[in-house]
Design a protein around this ligand. Structure first.
Ligand SMILES: Cc1cc2nc3c(=O)[nH]c(=O)nc-3n(C[C@H](O)[C@H](O)[C@H](O)COP(=O)(O)OP(=O)(O)OC[C@H]3O[C@@H](n4cnc5c(N)ncnc54)[C@H](O)[C@@H]3O)c2cc1C
Length: 496
C-alpha cells in the first residue's frame, strides 16, 4: 500500500477540524487534513450552520474589538449587554439538566472569549445578530448577551475563512479522502488508513491524529439503533457525510464512549425537504415561527405547548415531538393576524404550504389530517384563548389559553381571521450528542480505563459529555472551536 508521512493528520474539514489544523500548523507542525466530502460539499455541518457563537464578554468594547468594522451609528444604536461566565454556566447546566461534564464546561466557558479573538486573528469576521437575536425597541437594538455574534457569511463564511487560514499556514487539505481506520504502533496512534477515488487505499504515517469528523446524524441505521425506532425517518439538516465513522474508529482502538447517546438536537423542518441538507437552501427548511400559531397532527389535534417559552428555549425539542406523532408530521397553522410576522424561511420557494380563506377550506387542504378533528380542535382552542393580556411577540407575554389538556402559555390568539396559511413540517435532525470521551484539559481521547490514548485527540460533534437533552444555541460552534484549537495545540506540543 502507498504510504506517506506528516506530523499531524486531522480528520474532517468542518469548524472543529479546521481549528485543530490551524492550531497545529501555527505551532510548526506539518499538517494534513482529510475530508470525505468533495470540495463542493465539504465543511460538514459547520457549513450549514447559521453561524452563531456563544461566548463570554463583559462590555460593548469587547464586541467592538471582535467586530472592528462596526460603524459609529451601529455602535450608537445597540445595547450589547454582556454575558458573564456565571450566566454561561447557568445556561449550559440548565439546558443539559446538570449532566454536562463540569471540566469540559469549565474549559468551554473559560476559553470561549479568547478563542473568539483567536478566530478573528485568523481572519474569521463576525457580525452582530441584529435580526434573529436582538430585540428592537424605539430604534435601538437590545442584546441579551446569549447570542450576539454570527460568523460573517454564516457557516459558509466561517468555513471559507478557516480554510483560507489553514491553506495560508501550509496545511495540505485533501478532499474526497476518507479516513477508514487508525493505525497503531506499540499502543500509540501512528497513522491512518485512507481511501479516495483518485488514490485508492493508502496509508499515512504521523505522530498524532485529531479526529473531528462529526456525529452520526446522517447514518439512519445508527439513528434507529441509538436514538430509537422511527429516527431512521428523520430528515438530516446538514451534511450527508457524518456517519459516526470517527466515533467507530476511536472505539475500535479502545476509546471510551461518553454522553447522551440516545439524544440529539432536532427541529421543525419542511416535511418534503430532501433526506439530507441542501447547501443552496441552507437552514431555510426550518420553520421556527410556531409560537405564533398552533401545530396539529394527523388527527387534527394539538400535541405541544407552542408558547411554552421563547423560541430559542423550545425549538430543539420540536423535531422529536413531531416524530412521535402518527405519520411523523405536523401542520403549523397561522391566521391573517400573524402571517406578516412569520420568519423569512416561510417565504422560500421550496416550502410545503397551503392557503385558504376559510377554516373549512383549510381543513380540506391539510393533507393527511382528519378535517373534523382539526375543525373541532380549532374551535376548542379559540374558545380557550384568554383575551386579557395584550399580544407581544417580542417577550413572553403571558397571553395564554385556559382549560385545555395542552394549554398554550404565551402568544395565544384566536385563529379566525383570513387568510389562513399552514405549513407541513417533520423532524429535522441537527446533530447527535453521544460520542467518545476526551480529557478536558487537552482534548486527548481516553480509553476505557480512563487513560489517555497516546497520539489520539478529538473535538467537535463526535465528542460526548458536553451536551445532554439539548444545547444552548451557539455553543456547538463555540465548543468545536475551543476544543479543536486545544486538540491541535496539544497534538503539536506532543509531536513538533
Ligand atoms: C442547519 C444547522 C444550523 C446550525 N446552526 C448553528 C449555529 O448557528 N451555532 C452553533 O453553534 N451550532 C449550529 N449548528 C450545529 C453546528 O453546525 C455543529 O455543532 C458543528 O458544525 C459541528 O462541527 P464539527 O466540526 O464537529 O463537525 P462538522 O462540521 O459536521 O464536520 C465534520 C466533517 O467530517 C467529515 N467526515 C466525516 N466522516 C469522515 C471520514 N471518515 N473521513 C474524513 N472526513 C470525514 C465530514 O465530511 C465533515 O466535513 C447548526 C447545525 C445545522 C445542521
Amino acid at each position: 500500500m502507498n504510504s506517506q508521512t506528516c506530523d499531524v493528520v486531522v480528520v474532517g474539514a468542518g469548524n472543529a477540524a479546521l481549528c485543530a489544523a490551524i492550531a497545529a500548523a501555527e505551532a510548526g507542525c506539518k499538517v494534513v487534513v482529510v475530508e470525505r466530502a468533495p470540495v463542493a460539499e465539504s465543511g460538514g455541518n459547520s457549513r450549514y450552520a447559521a453561524g452563531a457563537f456563544r461566548f463570554t464578554y463583559s462590555s460593548a468594547q469587547d464586541i467592538i474589538e471582535l467586530v472592528p468594522d462596526l460603524t459609529e451609528q451601529e455602535i450608537g444604536s445597540a445595547d450589547f449587554g454582556s454575558y458573564s461566565e456565571q450566566r454561561y454556566f447557568d445556561d449550559l447546566y440548565r439546558v443539559t439538566r446538570y449532566r454536562c461534564d463540569p471540566e469540559m464546561a469549565e474549559v468551554l466557558v473559560a476559553q470561549s472569549h479568547d478563542t473568539m479573538r483567536w478566530l478573528r486573528q485568523k481572519g474569521v469576521r463576525f457580525v452582530p445578530v441584529w435580526g434573529r437575536s436582538a430585540v428592537k425597541r424605539e430604534g435601538r437594538f437590545y442584546f441579551s448577551g446569549e447570542i450576539t455574534l454570527d460568523a460573517w457569511g454564516g457557516g459558509e463564511g466561517l468555513v471559507a475563512a478557516q480554510t483560507r487560514a489553514a491553506l495560508d499556514l501550509g496545511v495540505d487539505i485533501r478532499y474526497e479522502t476518507a479516513a477508514i481506520g487508525l493505525l497503531q504502533t506499540e499502543g500509540r496512534v501512528s497513522g491512518l488508513q485512507l481511501g479516495s477515488p483518485q488514490m485508492g487505499r493508502y496509508r499515512i504515517d504521523c505522530k498524532a491524529v485529531v479526529l473531528a469528523c462529526g456525529g452520526f446524524e446522517a447514518n439512519p441505521q445508527w439513528r434507529a439503533r441509538y436514538l430509537g425506532p422511527g429516527w431512521e425517518l428523520a430528515k438530516v439538516r446538514g451534511t450527508r457525510f457524518n456517519h459516526g465513522e470517527g466515533i467507530q474508529m476511536a472505539l475500535d482502538v479502545g476509546a471510551q464512549s461518553r454522553g447522551h447517546w440516545s439524544a440529539c438536537h432536532s427541529v421543525c423542518w419542511d416535511h418534503n425537504a430532501p433526506a439530507t441538507g441542501d447547501l443552496r437552501v441552507g437552514d431555510a427548511f426550518q420553520k421556527f415561527s410556531y409560537p405564533l400559531g398552533i401545530m396539529v397532527n394527523a388527527r387534527g389535534h394539538r400535541f405541544v405547548d407552542e408558547g411554552e417559552d421563547l423560541r430559542i428555549k423550545t425549538y430543539s425539542k420540536m423535531g422529536q415531538r413531531i416524530l412521535e406523532q402518527p405519520e411523523q408530521f405536523a401542520w403549523q397553522v397561522f391566521d391573517g393576524k400573524v402571517i406578516k410576522l412569520l420568519r423569512d424561511e416561510y417565504r422560500i420557494r421550496q416550502v410545503t404550504r397551503v392557503r385558504a380563506d376559510t377554516l373549512q377550506e383549510l381543513a380540506g387542504k391539510l393533507e393527511g389530517v382528519d378535517p373534523k378533528g382539526f375543525l373541532d380542535e380549532v374551535a376548542r382552542y379559540n374558545a380557550a384563548v384568554q383575551q386579557v393580556q395584550p399580544f407581544d411577540p417580542q417577550v413572553k407575554d403571558g397571553r395564554a389559553t385556559q382549560g385545555l389538556t395542552i394549554n398554550k402559555s404565551n402568544w395565544a390568539q384566536t385563529i379566525d381571521e383570513p387568510p389562513f396559511e399552514a405549513y407541513q413540517v417533520g423532524c429535522g435532525i441537527t446533530f447527535t450528542f453521544g460520542g467518545i470521551a476526551v480529557q478536558a484539559s487537552n482534548s486527548q481521547v481516553i480509553d476505557r480505563a480512563d487513560l489517555p490514548i497516546p497520539g489520539l485527540y478529538s473535538a467537535g460533534e463526535m465528542v460526548g459529555g458536553l451536551f445532554y437533552f439539548g444545547y444552548p444555541g451557539g455553543s456547538g460552534l463555540m465548543a468545536g472551536a475551543v476544543f479543536g484549537r486545544l486538540a491541535g495545540r496539544s497534538a503539536a506540543l506532543q509531536v513538533c
